[in-house]
Design a protein. Structure first.
Length: 418
C-alpha cells in the first residue's frame, strides 16, 4: 500500500493552470466516485481551493503516472503540459505535506486558518462519497490533530497578517461586541470583500456596502446579508456607522472632515472607528483631529502586520518541530497496521495446527483410547508442530550467520539467555 498525492498550488502553477484543475464544490463528489473506479486506487480524497488542487490516494502501486493520466483526462489537459506544474508526494513525504498544509505552513499567507476548514470539507465530502478507508481516513484525522496542536501550542494564527484581518481585529479591540455594531464598507473590491468576510465571521450586527456602481455593491452585499447603497447616498447612512472601512481606487478623498463631523453630531458623539485602506487615501487626514474618531491608515496596519509576520515565522519553526513528532506518530501507527496482518496470519496458522491435532485427539478418545495418553500426545504434537518451522529457520539463520534474526527471536519470544 502506498500513500500518494499529486497537486498544484500557488507556488508551482499560474492561475491559468490552477483554475483549469479546480473543482466546484458540487463537482468533487462525482469526481471522487470516478477516481475510485481507477484500478490502482483503494482510497481517494480531493482538496480544491483557489490556491491549490490536490488528489490524495492510497494505491496498489508507487508509480504516480496513472494518477497524472487520470487528472489529465478528467480535466482535458495534455499530460505533458500539466506535468511541469505538478508536485508529487508519497508515504512519509505526503504525511508531512498534509500536516503542513493544514497548519497553513504551505499557504500564500503563512499560518492562515481557512485551509484547515477546507481540508475538513474535503474529508467530509470523501466520507459522503464512500472513498475513504482506514488508512487515508486515519491520515486525515491525524492531520486535524496536528493542526489543532500547532494552533494550540504556537502563536502561528494569533496575529493578523492581512490588512483586512488586521482592521477587523482592531475593531474587536475597540468594541466589546461586534454583533451590536454597524459597519459601513466603502468599495466593492477584493479587500472589501475579505473585510466583509472577516466581519461576518466575527458576528458583526449589520453590514452596509457603498460603491459607485450600485450593482457591484449589491452583488457583494447579498453574500453577507448586507445592504447595498450608492456612494452618493453615503452621507445619509454615515451616522449609522460604528465602523467605517474604505478601500477604493478614487484619486480624491471620499470622506471629509465636515461630513464625518455631521455624522458624529447625529450620533450624539458616539465613537466611530475608521480604517482607510486606500492609497491615495479615501478619508481626509484631518478627520483624525475629531475627538470621537479612531482613524487608522494602511501604514498604521502595515507596521502591525510586519511585526506579526515575524511572530508567525518564529511560530512556524515551532510548528515544524510539532509536525516532526506527529509524522513519527502516524508512521508508527502505519507500521503497527502492517504488523497486524502478520499477527493475524500467524494466529490463523497456529489455530489450524491446534484444530487438526484436537480433532485427531477427539477421534482417538471416541475409539476408546486412554484419555490421559491422548492428552499427553496432544500436548506433545501441538508443541512439536508449533516449534518445528521456527526451529528450522533459527538453525538456517545460525548457519548463515544471521545474528540479527537470532537476536530478533530472543526479543520476540522473550527468551532467557542460556
Amino acid at each position: 500500500m502506498t500513500l500518494l498525492a499529486v497537486g498544484v498550488n500557488h507556488n508551482t502553477a499560474p492561475i491559468a493552470i490552477r483554475e483549469r484543475l479546480s473543482f466546484p464544490s458540487e463537482g468533487v463528489y462525482s469526481a471522487l466516485k470516478e477516481l475510485r473506479k481507477v484500478r490502482e486506487v483503494n482510497e481517494a480524497a480531493i482538496l480544491s481551493t483557489c490556491n491549490r488542487t490536490e488528489f490524495y490516494c492510497t494505491t496498489a502501486t508507487p508509480d504516480e503516472q496513472f494518477l497524472i493520466e487520470w487528472v489529465s483526462e478528467t480535466k482535458k489537459i495534455d499530460a505533458a503540459t500539466l506535468k511541469p506544474y505538478l508536485y508529487i508526494h508519497s508515504d512519509n513525504h505526503l504525511i508531512r505535506h498534509m500536516f503542513r498544509v493544514a497548519c497553513g505552513l504551505d499557504s500564500m499567507i503563512l499560518g492562515e486558518p481557512q485551509i484547515l476548514g477546507q481540508m475538513k470539507t474535503a474529508y467530509q465530502t470523501a466520507c459522503e462519497a464512500g472513498t475513504l478507508g482506514k488508512h487515508l481516513g486515519k491520515l486525515f484525522q491525524q492531520t486535524f490533530f496536528a493542526a489543532k496542536k500547532v494552533r494550540t501550542d504556537t502563536a502561528i494564527g494569533s496575529s493578523p497578517v492581512s490588512v483586512a484581518f488586521a482592521a477587523v481585529q482592531l475593531a474587536q479591540q475597540i468594541f466589546d461586541k461586534l454583533q451590536d455594531q454597524t459597519a459601513v464598507l466603502i468599495g466593492a473590491g477584493e479587500t472589501i470583500e475579505l473585510t466583509a468576510r472577516h466581519l461576518k465571521q466575527q458576528g458583526i450586527g449589520r453590514i452596509i456596502i457603498a460603491n459607485r456602481t450600485h450593482s457591484k455593491a449589491n452583488t457583494l452585499a447579498e453574500q453577507f446579508n448586507g445592504t447595498a447603497i450608492a456612494l452618493s447616498d453615503l452621507p445619509k447612512y454615515l451616522a449609522e456607522a460604528d465602523i467605517v472601512i474604505s478601500s477604493t481606487a478614487s484619486q480624491l478623498p471620499i470622506l471629509g472632515k465636515g461630513s464625518v463631523e455631521s455624522a458624529l453630531k447625529k450620533r450624539r458623539y458616539k465613537p466611530m472607528f475608521m480604517v482607510d485602506l486606500a492609497v491615495p487615501r479615501d478619508i481626509e487626514p484631518e478627520v483624525e483631529q475629531l475627538r470621537d474618531v479612531y482613524l487608522y491608515t494602511v501604514d498604521d496596519l502595515k507596521n502591525t502586520i510586519d511585526q506579526n509576520m515575524d511572530s508567525r515565522r518564529r511560530a512556524a519553526e515551532q510548528a515544524e518541530e510539532i509536525i516532526d513528532t506527529q509524522v513519527d506518530h502516524f508512521l508508527s501507527w502505519l507500521r503497527a497496521e502492517n504488523a497486524h496482518h502478520t499477527i493475524r496470519d500467524y494466529r490463523m496458522q497456529a489455530e489450524k495446527t491446534r484444530d487438526e491435532a484436537l480433532q485427531k485427539a477427539i477421534a482417538q478418545m471416541k475409539n476408546g483410547a486412554n484419555p490421559e495418553e491422548v492428552l499427553t500426545r496432544l500436548a506433545h504434537n501441538i508443541t512439536n508442530k508449533l516449534i518445528h518451522t521456527p526451529s528450522a529457520q533459527i538453525r538456517d539463520a545460525a548457519a548463515n550467520e544471521r545474528h540479527d534474526l537470532i537476536a530478533a527471536v530472543h526479543e520476540i519470544f522473550k527468551l532467557n539467555k542460556s
